[in-house]
Design a protein around this ligand. Structure first.
Ligand code: ATP
Ligand code: MG
Length: 382
């Protein structure tokens, strides 16, 4: 079937009171940017956004189902704003469809239309019974015919497609996410996008240790994550020189924590350069030795930027569920060696002492090393 429009619904934006308009404009801006060339425009109507489109329904569907801020959407046919036109489209929409029971669910956004929702439900319901000899069922009907009466047209649709939910990504809310090749950090980055942040990705790479497939994997992860926001920057930061110095100077029990501290310091600099406000990591409390209660405290304190850990209270199983849903699971499952795992002790420190860790850090010219790493970073934009 050929459709005229897509009706986009949001839920949380609807709760924003006076700020609702700015959220709606942001969502429209994001939809227009992600569907450039595929749609003919968006119109803001009461409680919904109507997307006009004329081609490539599958592509449009795929893109819309990844845009944060959209709760669900439906492909619709439009009818002129009079009862007979609406009736005709309702009957046409159901032509050839197999179902036993149905219900009509009308919403009158445009209060100037003379029939109210209840009247539309019962009158259109009677027409469908007459035309197709089907039963009305209020609960668990096979088909729900949605009729949305808006300002210019009425829209008739049958199925809702689930969206990401959350809030539209906002370039004024930038964060920098540390992206490893594992399962966790892509999910952490996605969750921040879902809550309305523009996420800049940073990956640390030791070219002497890692095979070239690691970089390929990171590019694939960034590509997948880029579906959920308008603009994606990925910094690939060389880590070999720094890592070599850390291996020389720091006891193997503490190395992981020092690696991570340097990563966070470099990421803070990336944040400063991009006017980003927070750092984001894929830590989950007590998942591994570097993420014990005590080690997280010494890792996060005294940085130029605050660290957010959106997975902190999630179990691995829950993280994997999200990874599967957002399409990063298969990419993360590809074999790789993260540079974080080189030259570590079999039994790393579980409760590092903040004083000892800072003493270790004082053996480095931190500012110079951070500056150096930033200079050599490679930037990819999607
Ligand atoms: P993940 O799936 O995120 O790799 P993990 O359980 O393997 O999780 P760690 O290796 O301890 O966790 O890393 C914790 C966090 O540190 C990661 O989620 C990520 O945010 C960051 N991190 C680790 N290694 C790198 C890297 N090479 N580049 C960028 N960030 C990294
Ligand atoms: Mg990891």
């Amino acid at each position: 079937m050929k459709f005229d429009a897509i009706i986009v619904h949001y839920d949380e934006i609807g709760l924003k009171g006076k700020n609702r308009g700015s959220f709606e404009r942001l969502l429209i801006r994001n939809i227009e940017a992600k569907l450039k060339g595929l749609i003919d425009g968006c119109v803001r109507e009461s409680g919904q956004i109507t997307v006009m489109f004329s081609k490539d329904a599958d592509k449009v569907k795929g893109a819309l189902s990844c845009i944060p801020g959209i709760a669900y959407f439906s492909f619709a046919l439009k009818a002129k704003l009079d009862y007979d036109s609406i009736k005709k489209v309702v009957i046409d929409t159901l032509k050839g469809k197999r179902f036993k029971s149905f219900k009509v669910n009308a919403v009158r956004h445009n209060k100037d239309f003379k029939l109210n929702s209840m009247e539309l439900n019962s009158k259109l319901g009677e027409e469908v019974v007459k035309a197709y000899k089907k039963k009305v069922k209020m609960k668990e009907a096979d088909v729900i015919v949605k009729v949305e009466v808006s300002n210019k047209y009425a829209y008739i649709s049958l199925e809702d497609v689930k969206g990401v939910g959350g809030l539209p990504t906002n370039p004024q809310q930038k964060v920098v996410a540390l992206l490893s090749g594992g399962f966790d950090s892509p999910v952490a980055a996605y969750l921040m996008m879902k809550r309305g942040c523009e996420v800049i990705l940073v990956h640390f790479h030791n070219k002497n240790q890692a095979s070239s497939s690691v970089e390929d994997k990171i590019m694939k992860l960034a590509e997948q994550l880029s579906k959920y926001q308008v603009k994606t920057k990925l910094y690939i930061v060389p880590f070999e020189k720094l890592q070599k110095e850390i291996i020389m100077k720091v006891n193997s029990k503490l190395r992981m924590l020092v690696y991570r501290r340097f990563m966070l310091k470099i990421a803070s600099k990336v944040a400063e350069l991009n006017k980003a406000k927070f750092l984001v990591v894929g830590d989950s409390l007590s998942q591994v030795a570097s993420q014990t209660f005590e080690n997280l405290e010494v890792t996060y304190t005294g940085l130029d930027k605050h660290v957010l850990s959106p997975l902190i209270g999630l179990d691995k199983k829950e993280i994997i569920e999200v990874a599967k849903r957002i399409g990063t699971y298969e990419i993360s499952a590809m074999p790789y060696g993260d540079c974080c795992s080189y030259f570590l002790a079999k039994h790393p420190a579980l409760r590092a002492d903040v004083k000892v860790l800072r003493e270790n850090e004082s053996l480095f010219d931190v500012d110079k090393l951070v500056e150096d790493a930033i200079k050599k970073a490679k930037l990819e934009e999607k």
